[in-house]
Write a protein that binds this ligand. Structure first.
Ligand code: PGA
Length: 248
């Protein structure tokens, strides 16, 4: 399975800044193509700029959220078609900042994921436990709940258009990266849950790790069993550091 190296730019970068970073990433990849799929999840306002900077390069553009409707009276929201029109091929759903800062429910995340896929976007569903949940021994139960409500069923095969990002909430933006043992345990659990739900094709759904990934730890993380990619926040904002992770 091709690994995925993805950047989550969160609420950073003006259009100009996004263009410059994306152009630097595209230039690095044109000199030395990556064996991995490269995606940048850009802020809405910068999607078209990033997609333009990536035209002719192997990198793809994604959005960080979507609303599950074709169009309508949903002030402040954005539809799959608008994202595709701007140049997005992928969308993140259920990022922990949306779940925990913006109170998104598992049920809403599930609707967003299913609708995005139905409308032809590729979806990366983010799941992960809080420190409290992990310490209470609830890791697998939390992952199971988030996957079962978030995982779309009945809309055709998911291979090639769906990925899961495991991001322990306590490791996001904290500088605290999960240790290899913790990553192995969680990724094995996600794999079991995916196969339980999807059968054999669960083996072919990429599971990315996210949470304080840096150039210095990317090589170790990407080499772990069931780690099919990395989702990078802070360290993806700088083109050079993101490219170092792609090459790790
Ligand atoms: P971080 O963010 O790499 O800054 O920890 C990861 C994420 O939120 O996807």
């Amino acid at each position: 399975m091709q690994k995925i190296i993805a950047a989550n730019w969160k609420m950073y970068k003006t259009r100009q800044e996004a263009r410059e970073t994306a152009a630097a990433v595209a230039a690095a990849l044109s000199g030395q193509p990556s064996p991995h799929e490269v995606i940048v999840f850009a802020p809405f306002t910068a999607i078209a700029d990033v997609a333009a900077a990536f035209a002719g390069s192997q990198a793809l553009t994604g959005a960080q959220d979507v609303w599950p409707a074709v169009e309508g009276a949903f002030t402040g929201e954005i539809s799959p078609r608008m994202l595709q029109d701007a140049g997005a091929a992928w969308v993140l759903t259920g990022h922990s900042e949306r779940r925990h800062v913006l109170d998104e429910s598992d049920e809403l995340v599930g609707r967003k994921t299913a609708f995005a896929l139905e409308q032809g976007l590729k979806a990366m569903l983010c799941i992960g436990e809080t420190l409290e949940e992990r310490e209470a021994g609830r890791l697998e139960a939390v992952l199971q709940r988030q996957l079962e409500t978030g995982l779309p069923v009945g809309d055709g095969p998911l291979e090639g258009r769906f990925a899961v990002a495991y991001e322990p909430v306590w490791a996001i933006g904290t500088g605290k990266v999960a240790g290899p043992g913790e990553v192995l345990e969680a990724h094995a659990a996600v794999r079991r849950l995916l196969c339980g739900r999807l059968g054999d094709s669960g083996h072919r759904i990429p599971i990315l790790y996210g949470g304080s990934v840096k150039p210095a730890n990317a090589g170790t993380l990407i080499g772990l069993d069931n780690v099919d990619g990395l989702l990078i926040g802070g360290a993806s904002l700088d083109a050079q550091s993101f490219v170092q992770i792609i090459r790790a």
